[in-house]
Design a protein around this ligand. Structure first.
Ligand SMILES: NC(=O)c1ccc[n+]([C@@H]2O[C@H](COP(=O)([O-])OP(=O)(O)OC[C@H]3O[C@@H](n4cnc5c(N)ncnc54)[C@H](O)[C@@H]3O)[C@@H](O)[C@H]2O)c1
Length: 432
């Protein structure tokens, strides 16, 4: 697959605004997939620009044109699409400005600070017709896509409850990067909410048909006390120093419960300041079975083992046993992963590459993106809505309807191999 263009794939010219750590990882995928030319890049920082130019040179690529003012990059008529991996305060207004020049916009993950900036994003897309996609790579993760495939085939029955989390020990970057101005540190210091909801929520929202026949109605959020980052900063800088006694406002564990119009509930957990292994904590549960990520298991009524055992009093009882997730791959892998599993490239086990290919396919063919502006706004609104709920003592907060009623009867969803709403086996040609 390396550097191989798919059939009929014309090369699209793109720009990248924001040249930090994330862009370095994205470049691994962008250099590998072909069919894309990075014509221009932009960052406020000379250092970031120099680093990225070096990466181009080290990979045998001609360094792109560079800009410090993103509005100048947006004036380029040869660029059809712009990827915007800047940080959380910057990417939404830049994406809105990108769409106002008629270009496709791709934003990175993260939550919003206000619903106002999300409305501006939605209005920019509606007024210009330019799409905005979040490069939510976890939507293209193997297990999440297989569960989507199994749900659409009815294996879990009618869906009742889902959960997910961003549970990632990030103390060694967040707690000790306050002085550098690292945005994640600043948000964790001053805000108290679910700051990073989309990795786990994106796949769940697609599975539940959010913005297409279903929608989030309301949420409540509750934050625990905050200790993890503060303790880590004290160990790192020392008690009595400028940053050693810093107070982080964000609770160590923030729990959010969402109620959907279809009656389903979703629980989200945000936890980045306590020691633990990484998990997205996925659970998708219906009337016939469930997937539970942390058990690495799937249980399907009538298919998975139900074994009669005898208790200490000699009475029989039934225990239900998990089937390992991997045991479903052969039959239920999503066609994207059937096609891709032996040729993964790029970051995060290959899912970065898939999200980028999905975006570029839409740009190339001038179609809708599989994650659209309504998805971006809805998923990112969790952060500012959970902030309001926590500030109000876990009061319920209503979701804005970013579709303005269109969720009830939307235009048909994208029909191609990258769709996250439905599964289109017919779009895959194994001989490609
Ligand atoms: N999908 C994933 O798995 C994943 C992983 C890591 C990070 N991310 C996301 O990627 C994004 C970037 O993260 P990062 O770690 O690279 O951040 P970073 O702070 O290292 O880099 C951001 C860069 O954007 C630049 N920037 C900010 N405002 C700008 C502006 N107005 N014009 C031009 N440049 C500007 C900064 O100078 C900086 O170089 C974040 O949204 C983060 O949440 C996603």
């Amino acid at each position: 697959m390396k550097n191989k263009k798919m059939k009929n794939e014309r090369t699209v010219k793109i720009g990248i605004i924001g040249l930090g750590a994330r862009t370095e990882v994205l470049l691994v995928s962008l250099f590998a997939i072909g069919g894309v030319e990075i014509s221009a890049v932009c960052d406020l920082s000379e250092k970031a620009i120099a680093k990225i130019k070096d990466i181009f040179t080290a990979n045998g690529k001609i360094p792109p044109d560079v800009y410090k003012d993103y509005k100048e990059l947006l004036q380029r008529s040869d660029i059809e699409a712009v990827m915007i991996p800047t940080s959380w305060n910057a990417h939404l207004p830049i994406a809105a400005d990108t769409m106002k020049t008629g270009k496709y916009a791709a934003i990175e993950v993260g939550g919003a600070s206000s619903t106002e900036e999300l409305w501006q994003l939605v209005h920019a897309s509606e007024q210009t017709g330019a799409p905005c996609m979040m490069l939510e790579n976890c939507c293209y993760a193997r297990n999440e896509l297989m569960i989507l495939n199994m749900v659409r085939q009815g294996l879990f029955g009618e869906l009742i409850h889902c959960s997910g989390g961003y549970e990632h020990d990030l103390r060694d970057s967040i707690a000790v990067n306050v002085e550098s101005g690292f945005e994640r540190s600043i948000h964790n210091r001053y805000r108290n909410c679910d700051l990073y909801p989309t990795h786990e929520l994106g796949p769940i929202a697609k599975i539940l048909g959010i913005n297409r026949g279903n929608r989030f109605l309301s949420l409540t959020s509750t934050a625990s006390k905050s200790r993890g980052h503060g303790l880590f900063a004290r160990q790192h800088y020392g008690h009595g120093t400028k940053y050693g006694d810093i107070v982080f406002n964000s609770g160590d564990v923030v729990t959010t419960v969402i109620k959907c119009a279809g009656g389903e509930t979703i629980t989200l957990t945000h936890s980045v300041s306590l020691p633990r292994p990484y998990s997205r904590n996925g659970r998708v549960q219906g009337t016939k079975g469930l997937w539970l990520e942390d058990a690495n298991g799937i249980y399907i009524d009538g298919i998975s083992p139900s074994i009669e055992e005898i208790d200490m009093a000699g009475n029989p009882y039934i225990t239900h046993k998990w089937d390992p997730v991997e045991s479903f791959y052969e039959k239920y892998d999503h066609p994207i992963w059937k096609d891709y599993k032996d040729k993964t490239v790029g970051g995060h086990g290959g899912m970065d590459c898939l999200a980028i290919m999905a975006f570029l396919d839409a740009v190339r063919n001038k179609t809708a993106t599989p994650i659209d502006v309504y998805d971006c706004a809805t998923w990112m609104s969790i952060s500012c809505l959970s902030e309001q709920s926590i500030a109000l003592g876990s009061m319920p907060v209503a979701f804005p309807d970013f579709t303005n009623g269109k969720w009830i009867k939307r235009e048909p969803a994208l029909v191609n191999k990258w769709s996250l709403d439905t599964v289109h086996e017919e779009c895959f040609n194994v001989n490609d």
